[in-house]
Design a protein around this ligand. Structure first.
Ligand code: NAD
Ligand code: UDP
Length: 313
């Protein structure tokens, strides 16, 4: 049994990870400031004596004797990370410094939840880990993209300078139950709009692409990465390589919900990447991992979750 710290543990991904780790027999400390996370996401875990919930902001240091740290604390939806961009940078950068400092002190292994956003609007397709990216350093998305890039730099430097045991994963668009209804990301937006019979908001002409990964596949990939030996630190892409246009996603959601919603166009946000698809050869080779849940199956589960949520409001 390990003692594992999950920052951002009350968020969408964090709550699934906490649940999985407890199920594996570990002790879990879930740390969150509830900016985009909710107690409702982890309330079912509170009765487990091996689960501890801590209200804490990662921009200030935190100390606990732990064996492993998953550093997930950071808003992930453009709407939320642009709400207070200075805070977003602080969360990524100071959060990384504080978690790396903790890992150094207690000799824990620490995994950083990085992102496909480090590739920006990619000129290389599909994206391989060796690609350095195409990021606007002064745009509206930079607080997130550059914050995450700087966090990767810090992870590498703590590893090289202090021998901290690190792991970096670059997560591609992930969806599933427990996303916030007002999360603002495309899968939750489209499903909620379709279920409510509201217009489906297509930003731009909908020809931009994304590759959507179901949450369970991500949890499998990230825990496999944590379990690798010390010689493999990443970064490694964790995502589903099936690529869809945003219009295709909208049509799928409408068909699956039987909704009468209409598609409407909204302006494309600035620096919105035109294409995104992970090259997952490295993850296949080093983690013996690949996603198993394809879009239709994942959407079915996510639609069922939001249907239930809408009944309770
Ligand atoms: P989320 O917003 O649901 O979860 C983030 C969690 O971090 C929330 O619980 C929030 O309250 C918490 N948090 C934010 N700032 C904090 C702070 N200063 N101190 C403590 N807690 C703080 O988003 P998510 O989709 O679950 O993303 C989790 C992580 O995975 C993030 O680091 C995100 O950048 C990364 N990621 C997610 C995706 C995706 O598609 N979901 C893609 C790439 C990377
Ligand atoms: N998008 C959209 N309508 C929405 C929300 C998002 O067309 O209601 C588009 C958005 O412009 C982007 C894609 O869907 O091209 C994915 O957006 P999301 O915010 O989910 O993630 P990210 O841009 O960070 O990949």
């Amino acid at each position: 049994m390990k003692r594992i710290l999950v920052t951002g543990g009350a968020g969408f991904i964090g709550s699934h990870l906490c649940e999985y780790l407890l199920g594996q027999g570990h002790e879990v400390i879930c740390l969150d400031n509830y900016f985009t996370g909710r107690k409702a996401n982890i309330v079912h875990l509170l009765s487990n004596p091996y689960f501890e919930l801590v209200r804490h902001d990662v921009t200030t240091p935190y100390f606990a004797e732990v064996d492993e740290i998953y550093n997930l604390a950071c808003p992930a939806s453009p709407v939320h990370y642009q709400y207070n961009p200075i805070k977003t940078v602080k969360t990524s950068v100071m959060g990384a410094i504080n978690m790396l400092g903790l890992a150094k002190r207690v000799k824990a292994k620490v995994l950083q939840a990085s992102t496909s956003e480090v590739y920006g609007d990619p000129a290389v397709h599909p994206q391989v880990e060796a690609y350095w990216g195409n990021v606007n350093p002064i745009g509206l998305r930079s607080c997130y993209d550059e914050g995450k890039r700087c966090a990767e730099t810090l992870f590498m430097d703590y590893h090289r300078q202090n021998g901290v045991r690190i792991k970096i994963i670059r997560i591609f668009n992930t969806y599933g139950p427990r996303m916030l209804m007002n999360d603002g990301r495309v899968v939750s937006n489209f499903i909620v709009q379709a279920l409510k019979g509201e217009d489906i908001t297509i930003y731009g002409d909908g020809s931009q692409t994304r590759s959507f990964q179901y949450i369970d596949d991500l949890v499998a990939g990230m825990t496999r990465m944590m379990a690798t030996d010390e010689s493999f630190i990443g970064p490694v892409n964790i995502g589903n390589p099936h690529e869809f246009t945003i219009l295709e996603l909208a049509e799928k959601v409408i068909a699956m919900t039987g909704s009468a919603s209409k598609l409407i166009r909204k302006p494309l946000p600035s620096d919105d990447p035109t294409q995104r698809r992970p090259d997952i050869r490295l993850a296949k080779e080093r983690l013996d991992w690949e996603p198993h849940i394809q879009l239709e199956e994942g959407l079915k589960k996510t639609i069922a979750y939001f249907e239930q949520q809408l009944k309770t409001i």
